[in-house]
Design a protein around this ligand. Structure first.
Ligand SMILES: *Cc1c(COP(=O)(O)O)cnc(C)c1O
Length: 409
């Protein structure tokens, strides 16, 4: 049991000893006195100061100066180029398998259809009950459209999918399993390698959603033989509100076809010909014109992840959630707050969810004070700790403010 009185000095010491502490100053607003604790980096990462310059250069020099020539001078290549960089620094993916495009929702739609068409004759799909709504809704829609049965994985409230659960609902009729690597609510970190292997044993494919893990949890998509993956870029990739998503299609699956047959996924977009013939390689998973301004800021965070190293980022992430957990036990548990995330740091991502019936009400008061976690039904406050922009004292300020609001409630 941590002594509450020692938390502030421990936070100071952890900050002083943190090898990644110097990166905080690169983020806009890191020292804003109006925001004493930003605990929602898992929903919208802070902007990097470098991105202001990059966006300005794009607008003034490239767009303003080069005009339409910009497409031939790099923009058309950017989705695959940035995808390769992301693959290298954060995903364990060799070049030619990642692409920046669309939103996570749209990419789920495209890759679920692509996977199902590759498993004709199998009529069942699997997803967990506590997956993010958009993942469930897209899969439910496609299942209805294609006449498939949905098998729900019932996961523990403070946990998520594991190999035994997955084995219990998959079989020779399973076409596809859709899972999140880190569960958006509980923060549970799934064993991607073991589950992928278990799904492959049944002959099915697996589509992993990495929205809550890309940039904070190291993965080896190639080595773990992952089939398909998607993720967003505005959470721990700090790409900004509505920044486009990314997909991974393993090289051996790049003969798959996706349902949104747009010109930029075709073999010869500027041939403007009749009939759709898909491009070879990862570009066949593109559809329309890539959002160049929207993907510009992602490049800065991908470069920073490369500089800091995804292994060191994971270490700090674990230390942050561990400290937040100790502070929760010491300051919030006496008010009746309970943990709704795994206690074992190896089984969680970079956020904690804590539950209390008063959280919905006090979230508004916290936001007014510039203490910014987020609220998720039914009673959860999520503390999202973005390792490169969050400090230990910041976590302490956040948790102690929550304790003050609960005491005053
Ligand atoms: C954030 C998140 C999304 C968001 O999808 P959008 O299309 O970007 O709105 C989807 N799935 C998961 C698991 C998420 O965490």
């Amino acid at each position: 049991m941590t002594d509450a009185a020692t938390l502030p000095s421990r936070a100071r010491r952890l900050d002083a000893e943190d090898p990644l502490a110097r990166y905080r100053a690169r983020f806009i607003g890191h020292d804003d006195p109006a925001v004493p604790a930003y605990l929602d980096g898992n929903s919208l990462g802070r902007p990097l100061a470098a991105s202001v310059q990059r966006v300005q250069e794009l607008m003034v020099e490239q767009w303003g100066g080069r005009l339409i020539r910009g497409w031939d001078e790099g923009w058309l290549e950017l989705p695959a180029q940035l995808g390769d960089e992301l693959g290298r620094t954060a995903l364990g993916a060799a070049p030619g398998q990642c692409l920046i495009a669309d939103s996570t929702t749209v990419l789920l739609y495209k890759l679920i259809h692509a996977a199902l068409s590759a498993r004709p004759g199998r009529h069942r799909v699997v997803i967990d009950r506590d997956n993010f709504p958009t993942d469930r809704y897209v899969l439910e829609g496609i299942a209805a459209e294609r006449g498939l049965e949905l098998d729900w994985l019932e996961v523990p409230y403070d946990g998520g999918a594991d190999v035994e659960l997955v084995r219990s609902v998959t079989g020779d009729q399973t076409a596809l399993v859709v899972l999140s690597h880190v569960a958006y609510r509980s923060g549970h970190l799934a064993d991607m390698r073991a589950i992928t292997e278990a799904v492959h044993d049944t002959g099915a494919l697996v589509l992993w959603d990495l929205c809550h893990s890309v940039g904070v949890v190291p993965v080896e998509l190639d080595a773990w033989e992952v089939d398909l993956a998607v993720g967003c870029s505005y959470k721990y990739l700090n790409g900004g509100p509505g920044a486009p998503a990314w997909l991974y299609v393993r090289r051996g699956h790049q003969q798959l076809t996706q349902p949104i047959q747009g010109w930029l996924g075709s073999e010869d977009p500027f041939g403007m010909g009749q009939g759709y013939s898909p491009a070879a390689g990862i570009r066949r998973f593109a559809s329309g014109t890539p959002p160049i301004i929207g993907m510009t800021a992602i490049a800065d965070m991908v470069a920073l992840i490369g500089e800091a190293g995804i292994g060191a980022i994971r270490e700090k992430s674990t230390a942050l959630t561990q400290f937040a957990l100790e502070a929760t036990d010491a300051l919030l548990a006496p008010h009746g707050v309970v943990l709704a995330s795994p206690r074992n740091p190896e089984q969680r991502g970079s956020h904690l969810t804590i539950d209390h019936p008063a959280f919905r009400k006090i979230t508004a008061r916290l936001w007014e004070r510039g203490i910014i976690p987020d609220y998720r039904n039914p009673n959860g406050l999520r503390l999202g700790l973005s390792p490169l922009s969050t400090g230990f004292e910041e976590v302490y300020r956040g948790v102690s403010a929550i304790a003050e609001e609960l005491a005053g409630d």
